[in-house]
Design a protein around this ligand. Structure first.
Ligand code: PEP
Ligand code: MG
Length: 907
């Protein structure tokens, strides 16, 4: 059988004019957009697309073009020549082309673009003759050599930049437009020398066809370049999509003051406001706008400078938005007052903009409510919940610097100046802010690691701004007062020096930068958010609860419309102060009597907390889990105790007065007793030790105390008029009899308290399914349970045999090397942990068809895992309070996709 790769007649290349079927998968987003616009009769320079299939074939053939591709590309080039009346490589009337990447999913700035291709020593003269503008032709030539040198021949960009800066410094205005033809000739010569030296004697290729061949290969190669690979990993984009290559006749924005180039969004990408938002530069090429090397003007100003082109552009932007029914990000060039469109794609936007645009478009009749719900990604919604800086005007907090508010939200971190430092320091769990003069795609991994990005140069559409917005990270660009000194690893603003490692706070919504850690406040959510969430709620089948440990958390969760508490970790109520002391006393108690005394103290605290949570959650279910302390979390550290004891002994040897000696002896005595207790309870592997229901089984008085606290609180709060629905959950069950035993105890104490109080409380008893054995014998366990809640944190830990506490050190290696697609503690491993969930659901419900089933591990707030839970037939997910809106939206999207018949791979 002949494969596509061997078929000589297989189509690898399409002219823009040939396709109008929005074949994004094949032509890439850019190619499909250009084909659509060509068909709509919009002014698009002619061109062709080499398909994503060709890219995949290139990799399948060990980086060789597939059979027939090059011939088809040359034929397509002939077609362009005929359309524009110029010839590729012609000395008198040369055709120049751009060569750009374009995957089916937008990956802004992640792959490569080469402009002005086709220039050489001869064609540059032809370009001069064509345009009558020697300066322009030489400028185009020097740009081409540096771009080609950098992208295709791997020469560092700075090498060219340094030469350009040196020549610019010799001009009056220090601008590239001030360079004379003589200077440009010298620059070109210098550039060619750089390439010769860097490429060990290889000359810059003069043959335009060779240039084209090399450029196409370089674009294919950029698909597997580090920044593209990193971007795909972060955005969960598959590696096998491949990139298309568009080859298009050049139009020039740098042909004087009636030419220009720019980028515009049909709605404001930060706020969503319905207004044309963008920037342009006259007498410039595209890279000048995005590189941040010249400061562009707001698009509205174009009305005064080139009114006809501006009005035509306005009309076209509206047409494009209407056609795609989404906010568009449009690149254009004006050559001698003639407008050309070079790209249209769905614009990247902030969370706030995404919500507003989705809701506005429903009101404008452009999309329906279901589409609106699908338009906002859960992570975009998450951005809305980002904190902002709380600056009390009275507090005298000084703004260190201001820049362009490029991506909203506030963040704090220690200053770093290189992406590698950002990555390395963040790996140790520290927060960093990446400070750069300007960012380039090579900084991407540092941006991923950083909390936020601050740049000294660049505008609102610069690389830093676009990428940070896409990632939902705060970003301030163009803070020109920053004097950044990479060699000293510091920046300064009017004499204030901020070295590497110093904390700063950055407010991407206002563009302000502060030294130190300023208080952050949570945002309030606007009407659009509530409207969208309302539409989402109409679609979802999964209920969304929250994991809360305090009445305050419960209130936050309820405000986000959580439909109950899915997990209250009662041991978390004892992590601090006198509560921790009481907890320790209980754990260390020698015998039932001592333990009951300590439990008395805990009872009061628990009762108080439960009452608060029941009050806030009146009318909604509250799942309270019995104590599940891996004991080491509460006990003093054995090693530290030994050190303290030895310190006390040394102090005793040095002690000179009797009272001090007596005091020290008493402390040593107590410490020894504690040490003995800790040694007695010491476990080599506490996560698999005496925790969960195993504690309640050996110390039933602990369960008794907790159940008493729950029911005393429930009776009290119900007596005050609230509706209380406690669900008591037993942790770490792996044997049905463990649950049977604990459930009987719970029922006994519940009856006792209800009798004492003369009240009836409706309650249920269930269990966590968080061990593989529990999932496998879910049928037997279900006989004693009213509900299950999957504890996927422990289930992941025990299925993989990976420690929750320690695996962070090496899991990143697994993910980076694609041994695992994701960190399984963040994204549910559907393949095996997921299979155990499915088994648990199926076996549990076979015995008890109306068994209520939820999930309360960290995965319950993660969108892909939520989609899995929907498919697996769970009743609810329970996540942290701030993830509740994200979970509501993700659950709605899962339900919409499900009804649309999309298949989720559950294998
Ligand atoms: C779990 O294991 O998933 C769970 C929710 O319990 P914890 O994280 O408290 O062990
Ligand atoms: Mg657990």
């Amino acid at each position: 059988m002949t494969t596509m790769y061997q078929d000589r007649h297989h189509r690898w290349v399409y002219l823009f004019a040939e396709r109008s079927d929005g074949a994004k998968g094949l032509l890439g987003g850019k190619g499909a957009g250009l084909a659509d616009m060509t068909h709509a009769g919009l002014p698009v320079p002619p061109g062709f697309v080499i398909t994503t299939e060709a890219c995949n074939a290139y990799y399948a053939y060990d980086r060789q073009f597939p059979e027939g591709m090059w011939t088809q590309a040359r034929e397509a080039l002939d077609n362009i020549e005929a359309r524009v009346g110029k010839r590729f490589g012609d000395k008198e009337n040369p055709l120049l082309v751009s060569v750009r990447s374009g995957a089916s999913v937008s990956m802004p700035g992640m792959m490569d673009t080469i402009l002005n291709l086709g220039l050489n020593e001869y064609t540059v003269k032809g370009l001069t003759a064509q345009t009558g503008d020697l300066r322009f032709a030489l400028d185009a030539y020097r740009r081409f050599i540096s771009m080609f040198g950098q992208i295709v021949m791997d020469v560092a960009h700075e090498k060219f930049e340094r030469v350009l800066e040196r020549y610019k410094a010799q001009t009056a205005g220090n601008r590239d437009t001030d360079l004379t033809p003589e200077r440009l000739c010298e620059i070109v010569a210098d550039y060619r020398r750089i390439i010769f030296a860097e490429q060990h004697g290889h000359l810059f290729p003069e043959d335009p066809y060779e240039q084209l061949r090399m450029a196409i290969a370089a674009v294919f190669d950029s698909w597997m370049g580090r920044r593209a690979v990193d971007y795909r990993r972060v955005n969960r984009i598959p590696d096998d999509l491949g990139t298309a290559v568009t080859v298009q006749a050049m139009v020039f924005g740098n042909m004087g003051e009636t030419s220009g180039t720019g980028v515009a969004f049909t709605r404001h990408p930060s706020t969503g406001e319905k207004t044309l938002y963008g920037e342009y530069l006259l007498n410039a090429q595209g890279e000048d706008v995005v590189a941040g090397t010249r400061t562009p003007h707001p698009i509205s100003q174009l009305l005064n400078e080139l009114p006809t082109a501006y009005k035509q552009f306005m009309t076209i932007t509206q047409q494009l938005e209407y056609y795609y029914r989404d906010m568009q990000d449009i690149e254009f060039t004006i050559e001698h007052s003639n407008l050309y469109l070079l790209q249209t794609r769905s614009g990247q936007r902030t969370g706030a903009a995404s919500v507003r645009i989705a809701v506005d478009m429903v009101h404008e009749g452009l999309i329906d409510e279901t589409t609106a719900v699908q338009r906002v990604t859960p992570e975009q919604l998450n951005q809305l919940l980002h904190p902002t800086v709380d600056v009390d005007p009275q507090a005298g907090i000084v703004v260190l610097a201001t820049g362009i508010p490029a991506s909203p939200g506030a963040a704090q971190g220690q200053v770093v100046f290189s992406p590698d430092d950002a990555e390395e320091i963040a790996r140790d769990g520290k927060k960093v802010i990446l400070v750069r003069q300007e960012t380039s795609p090579d900084d991407f991994h540092g941006m991923v690691a950083a909390q936020a990005v601050l740049t000294g140069r660049g505008g609102a559409t610069s690389h830093a701004a676009v990428v940070a917005r896409g990632m939902g990270k705060p970003c301030v660009t163009g803070a020109t007062m920053l004097e950044i000194d990479y060699s000293q690893q510091q920046f300064s603003v009017n004499g204030t020096i901020v070295p590497k490692g110093e904390w700063i706070t950055l407010d991407g919504s206002t563009g302000r930068v502060f030294v130190g850690q300023i208080t952050l406040v949570q945002p309030s959510l606007g009407a659009d958010f509530y409207k969208l969430m309302g539409w989402a709620d109409e679609h979802r089948c999964l209920r969304v609860r929250a994991n809360v440990d305090t009445p305050h958390d419960a209130q936050v969760a309820r405000d986000f419309k959580a439909e109950g508490v899915g997990l209250c970790r009662t041991e978390h109520m004892f992590f601090e102060g006198e509560r921790l002391a009481a907890m320790r006393e209980m754990i260390l108690a020698d015998g039932v009597g001592a333990r009951e005394k300590a439990l008395e103290k805990l009872l009061a605290h628990q009762c108080q907390d439960f009452s608060g949570i029941f009050q806030v959650m009146s009318g909604l279910p509250v799942t309270i889990r019995l104590l599940d302390p891996p004991l080491h979390e509460f006990l003093p550290n054995l090693q530290e105790l030994l050190t303290e004891l030895s310190d006390l002994k040394s102090a005793l040897r040095r002690a000179r007065n009797g009272r001090r000696e007596e005091q020290l002896l008493e402390e040593i005595y107590e410490k020894r007793a504690l040490l003995r207790q800790v040694e007695r309870l010491h476990e080599a592997n506490p996560m698999l030790g005496h925790r969960g229901c195993r504690l309640g089984l050996l110390y039933p008085e602990v369960t008794r105390m907790q159940v008493r606290a729950i029911f005393e609180a429930a009776c009290k709060v119900q007596g005050e008029g609230a509706t209380v629905r406690p669900e008591i959950m037993v942790p770490l069950v792996s044997i049905a009899d463990e649950l049977r035993h604990q459930a009987a105890l719970i029922d006994e104490v519940a009856r006792q308290v209800m009798d004492e109080q003369g009240t009836t409380i409706t309650y249920s008893v269930g269990t966590m399914i968080e061990l593989p054995r529990a999932a496998l014998c879910a049928g037997k366990i279900a006989a004693h349970a009213d509900f299950f809640s999957f504890g996927t944190n422990d289930l992941t830990q025990t299925t993989f045999g990976l420690s929750r506490d320690d695996s962070g050190r090496f899991l990143s290696h697994y993910v980076e090397n694609k041994i695992l697609p994701d960190d399984p503690f963040q994204v549910l491993d559907q393949e095996c942990v997921g299979e155990l969930v499915q088994i648990g659901v199926e076996r549990g419900r076979r015995v008890k068809p109306d068994l209520k089933i939820g999930i309360c591990g960290e995965h319950a707030g993660e969108p892909c895992s939520i989609a899995f839970c929907h498919k697996a037939g769970l009743d609810y997910v329970s996540c942290s309070p701030f993830r509740v809106p994200v979970a509501r939206l993700a659950a709605a999207q899962a339900a919409i996709l499900d009804t649309a018949g999309s298949s989720l791979d559950l294998t």
